[in-house]
Design a binder for this molecule. Structure first.
Ligand SMILES: CC(C)(COP(=O)(O)OP(=O)(O)OC[C@H]1O[C@@H](n2cnc3c(N)ncnc32)[C@H](O)[C@@H]1OP(=O)(O)O)[C@@H](O)C(=O)NCCC(=O)NCCS
Length: 176
């Protein structure tokens, strides 16, 4: 299933050698601002990457897995992508994070398209969900540009603060 190679990015398994870059952007408050994940210390991050490197199958019903978004030129880790498959296998969800120095160059959109092809090509998922905080302009634009359609908004909470999230979906039947 992996690696999947695009012009600028490659989606691949996480690897031990990604640890320093993973910790660097995951500790960047700008990158973490609208994300629900907690910052990990070095030991926890090492264990997390080791788990993601070997988990089989990659897309397991009822589980999230994090895959690497790396440079297709030198394989350097640029960010990561979370993929989830529902228990019944009909719904997937994805979320992407890129380090600040990798943003704004069309890499996220390419990674999203590769990931959607991967999910539709290797699972029975009928829809892929993307969720973004309404203040996260980059993420809202990214989902729309990747062909996702707005479905609804929900109120939620992050760090004890009320937030509003926008839900987007890409249907299998939307695919050419
Ligand atoms: C969301 C994120 C992955 C986008 O990455 P990116 O590399 O900037 O995205 P791309 O360069 O592929 O651009 C995709 C589209 O988003 C637009 N975009 C990027 N940053 C933007 C911003 N700050 N405001 C508005 N639009 C923006 C681009 O212009 C492009 O649209 P276009 O093709 O119409 O020009 C990145 O900002 C990020 O990692 N943010 C922190 C983590 C996060 O919040 N992730 C979302 C949670 S699901």
């Amino acid at each position: 299933m992996l690696p999947v190679r695009g012009e600028r990015v490659v989606l691949r398994r996480m690897a031990e050698g990604d640890l320093d870059r993973f910790l660097a952007y995951r500790s960047d408050p700008e990158v973490a601002r609208y994300q629900s994940w907690e910052v990990m210390d070095r030991d926890r991050a090492r264990g997390f990457l080791a788990h993601c490197a070997v988990v089989t199958p990659l897309l397991r019903p009822g589980h999230w897995v994090q895959i690497a978004v790396a440079s297709s030129h030198d394989d350097r880790l640029l960010g990561d992508m979370g993929l989830f498959l529902s228990e019944d296998g009909t719904l997937a969800e994805l979320g992407i994070t890129l380090s600040r120095d990798a943003q704004g160059q069309g890499r996220a959109i390419e990674a999203m398209r590769l990931a959607c092809d991967l999910v539709f090509g290797h699972t029975q998922a009928q829809r892929i969900l993307g969720i973004a905080d309404i203040r996260n302009a980059a993420s809202l634009t990214l989902l729309q540009r990747a062909g996702f359609t707005f479905t609804h908004e929900e109120s939620s909470e992050q760090d004890g603060q009320p937030i509003t999230e926008r839900f987007y979906a890409l249907r299998r039947s939307d695919q050419p």
